[in-house]
Design a protein around this ligand. Structure first.
Ligand code: ZN
Length: 90
């Protein structure tokens, strides 16, 4: 059985897309992709987590949303990349 060329290209395109999105987010100052990515829960708590684009080790993913236990409030919440590196909120 031979895989057609279009089916062989799809995984390569997905990996390249993940790399491009990660690099674009890092270029904009978000520390996405790493062991100490700063994330924010819906209640506003900030904490660091392991964030590998395209892979969920500590979170449950629903499409683009990540549901993870908040380490500060000890509850489940949707988390998003919280802060740009070097930025501060008042
Ligand atoms: Zn929280």
């Amino acid at each position: 059985m031979q895989m057609n060329s279009a089916a062989a290209i799809v995984p390569i395109v997905i990996v390249l897309l993940i790399i491009v999105v990660t690099l674009a987010a890092r270029h904009r100052g978000y520390g996405v992709g790493g062991r100490n990515t700063i994330v924010r829960c819906l209640e506003g708590h900030l904490f660091t987590t392991l964030w590998i684009p395209g892979i969920s080790l500590k979170a449950i993913r629903f499409g683009p949303l990540r549901v993870q236990r908040c380490q500060v409030g000890d509850h489940l919440s949707i988390v998003t990349p919280g802060e740009k590196v070097g930025s501060q909120r008042c």
